[in-house]
Design a protein around this ligand. Structure first.
Ligand SMILES: CC(C)(COP(=O)(O)OP(=O)(O)OC[C@H]1O[C@@H](n2cnc3c(N)ncnc32)[C@H](O)[C@@H]1OP(=O)(O)O)[C@@H](O)C(=O)NCCC(=O)NCCS
Length: 175
């Protein structure tokens, strides 16, 4: 698996972030303006994965005051990036969440996105909910959670959880 250099995103990454977003998703795309806001917003943390001087992917996590849950808002890699990009970014988010004293990471994923779910499950995330009509095109989402400090790839199934209300819509995969 290829190793990527992970660093904080900067304004000079905006063009690549928009390109990656357009290549990775068909709906619910983050705009250039959203990326620019995320780069300067304190509750947000945007990491990029770089290889040979070129940004190959990004992860955007949100940290709310008075919440010990980190929300992985978006994760995407260039379709041409070698394996390891997503895993490296996910690990960086987990380290940041631990550093900020979070107890868990949560995310939503399109239920047809087998590749992303494979990544999350092998990283220790468990399914905790399902939300109808979550994405712009009406598709449902699955919510996953990882309790920090637990070992990866837990074998025990998660109990079903009741919906906890709406959160900002995210994520649809194009591939
Ligand atoms: C999802 C995404 C971020 C994963 O990044 P990636 O760089 O491809 O993932 P990595 O190579 O780091 O990790 C791959 C892991 O995913 C899992 N995986 C990969 N392909 C898979 C597949 N077809 N089915 C199930 N699991 C799969 C495996 O666990 C694999 O780990 P392994 O190689 O050790 O077995 C990337 O594919 C992407 O950007 N997709 C489009 C956008 C998207 O769907 N984002 C997620 C929104 S929730």
């Amino acid at each position: 698996m290829t190793t990527f250099a992970i660093r904080r995103g900067v304004a000079g990454d905006l063009d690549r972030l928009v390109d990656i977003e357009q290549a990775a998703f068909e709906t619910d795309l983050l705009s250039r303006r959203s990326f620019a806001g995320a780069l300067t917003s304190r509750p947000s943390c945007l990491f990029v994965a770089e290889r040979n001087g070129r940004v190959a992917g990004y992860a955007l996590a949100n940290f709310r005051i008075n919440s010990r849950a980190c929300r992985l808002f978006s994760l995407a890699c260039d379709p041409l990036a070698p394996k390891g990009c997503g895993r490296g970014l996910l690990a960086a988010v987990e380290q940041e969440a631990l550093r900020r004293g979070c107890a868990s990471i949560r995310l939503e994923v399109r239920e047809t996105n087998a590749r992303a779910m494979g990544l999350y499950e092998t990283a220790g995330f468990r399914r905790i909910g399902r939300y109808e009509a979550y994405y712009e095109d009406g598709a449902p989402a699955l919510r996953f959670e990882k309790a920090l400090g637990e070992p990866d790839a837990l074998k025990t199934p998660a109990p079903a959880a009741a919906p906890q209300g709406r959160t900002p819509r995210r994520r649809a995969a194009a591939r």
